[in-house]
Ligand binder design. Structure first.
Ligand code: SF4
Length: 446
């Protein structure tokens, strides 16, 4: 690590944010964890393990909790998922491991795998023990990784465990990507994301911050490194392209979430609209409620059956008090200097699924803050022509992450268009293992 302070020492959670965004699911204490672990049936060919993109051996880590071996439990988790702590909080367990738990078949509550995983990981980190893994002997090979999000972190960890030197180039001033800046604080606090990365630095991963890689720099990295991993995620959130988008009071969901997590946004106006219906849109809408908005609307062009947010996130937002307006589209943001309202029009769907604005249905919603959450653009313009894209995403082999240029590997949102943290970790892990094997083969053939 190049800096005097650890990452988690460089930033403090604002007390007001900590108070307004307490844990959604409080942690288990020892007794509760052991009791829950003892409910597990330790299934053979466990469906929970199959459902996890990183294939954590769930029955094995739960059994170790039941027998009091929490350090061994955390090690089992880390073998499969180097970001096991943040994934225990950020994963949509209802649709992954817990969603596939056999307990559902017996009309019983699924095992609380996420909370047990968190218990094991936090037990390890709270003890202040060194990271259970150590780097292998230096192979003399080195890899540059673009972006310090979950995919690059997982890839770098695998490479370090195989003796490959790694340097991560990150455009912002802290690591973690969406893990640090983009997930609701009541799910994954910024400080927890950084604490986990502090542990990772013990493997000897180097970071260069405020380093935005452009086309020229990428050519140089290719020349000076044995391979390059592309894990830079996605780019800016799309704009609506309507009048008034330049007004003060229009922002995007990622900036908004990062702003409050960093303690730079502590309150919002009374009336807020979030445009979009994905999981990030929900995180932004819930945050607006918790930051003091009296009225928060989410608006979406289609109906609830088509929203990309998970069902449990939708239910959570309704419980928080978010109101939903379906089949509407913004046509104009109103105001002079500051946002004062949002003009909407009702949409109807044709037989082929196209959406048609209905003349005469326009109306305006009084609002002082508009948050855009309508998907992110790709961030690939700096890549050379030897790296092929498919529908704007980097085309990479699923098993290895290797791209059309064999020296470049890729994973995470820049290849899958924006999925879960655990998917990015799985991509990075696969790519790290494959890169190390590819580098060894290149070395042997040299
Ligand atoms: Fe335990 Fe449920 Fe996984 Fe079976 S499916 S091993 S009961 S968590």
């Amino acid at each position: 690590m190049n800096q005097a302070k650890s990452f988690s020492q460089q930033i403090e959670t604002h007390p007001e944010i900590a108070a307004r965004f307490p844990d959604l699911h409080p942690p288990f204490d020892r007794q509760a964890a052991v009791t829950e672990a003892n409910r597990c049936l330790y299934c053979f060919d466990a469906p929970c393990t199959a459902a996890c993109p990183t294939h954590i051996d769930v029955p094995a880590f739960i059994k170790k909790i039941a027998s009091g071996n929490t350090t061994g439990s955390a090690k089992t988790i880390l073998e499969a998922n180097i970001l096991g702590a943040s994934c225990s909080r950020a994963c949509p367990v209802d649709v992954l491991c817990e969603g596939s738990c056999v307990m559902h078949r017996y009309n019983k509550q699924p095992i609380e795998i996420g909370r047990l995983q968190r218990y094991a990981m936090e037990s390890l980190y709270d003890k202040g023990l060194p990271h259970p893994f150590t780097p292998a002997a230096d192979t003399g090979m080195k890899v540059a990784l673009i972006g310090a999000g979950p995919a690059s972190l997982a890839c770098a960890a695998e490479l370090r465990r195989r003796g490959v030197a790694t340097t991560i180039y990150e455009a912002s001033s802290l690591p973690g990507g969406l893990n640090t800046y983009g997930i609701a604080e009541y799910k994954l606090p910024l400080a927890e994301s950084l604490r986990e990365i502090d542990m990772l630095t013990q493997l000897g991963v180097d970071f260069l911050f405020n380093a935005r890689v452009n086309a020229g720099m990428l050519v140089e990295l290719e020349r000076t490194h044995d391979a390059v991993f592309l894990g830079m995620g996605l780019g800016a959130i799309h704009k609506l392209g309507i009048t008034g988008e330049e007004l003060s009071g229009v922002t995007n969901a990622l900036d908004f979430i990062a702003g409050y997590k960093a303690g730079e946004i502590l309150s919002v106006p009374e009336r807020v609209v979030v445009v979009g219906a994905g999981n990030t849109a929900i995180d932004a809408a819930n945050a607006a409620v918790r930051l003091g908005a009296k009225q928060v609307h989410m608006i979406y062009r289609r109906g609830p059956d088509k929203m990309s947010a998970f069902e449990f996130e939708y239910e959570h937002a309704r419980q928080e008090g978010v109101q939903f307006l379906w089949h509407v589209q913004p046509t104009r943001i109103l105001g002079a200097g500051n946002v004062e309202g949002l003009e909407l029009v009702q949409l109807s769907a044709t037989d082929d699924g196209s959406l048609i604005p209905q003349a005469g249905t326009e109306y305006s919603l009084p609002v002082e803050l508009v948050i855009l959450a309508i998907g992110q653009a790709t961030h690939t313009s700096f890549l050379g022509e030897t790296i092929k894209l498919e529908r704007g995403r980097i085309a990479a082999d699923h098993a290895t992450g290797q791209t059309s240029n064999p020296k470049f590997f890729a994973g995470g949102d820049c290849t899958n268009g924006g999925r879960e943290v655990v998917d990015a970790v799985a991509d990075g892990k696969r790519a790290g293992v494959a890169m190390a094997a590819w580098l060894e083969a290149q070395h042997a053939n040299a």
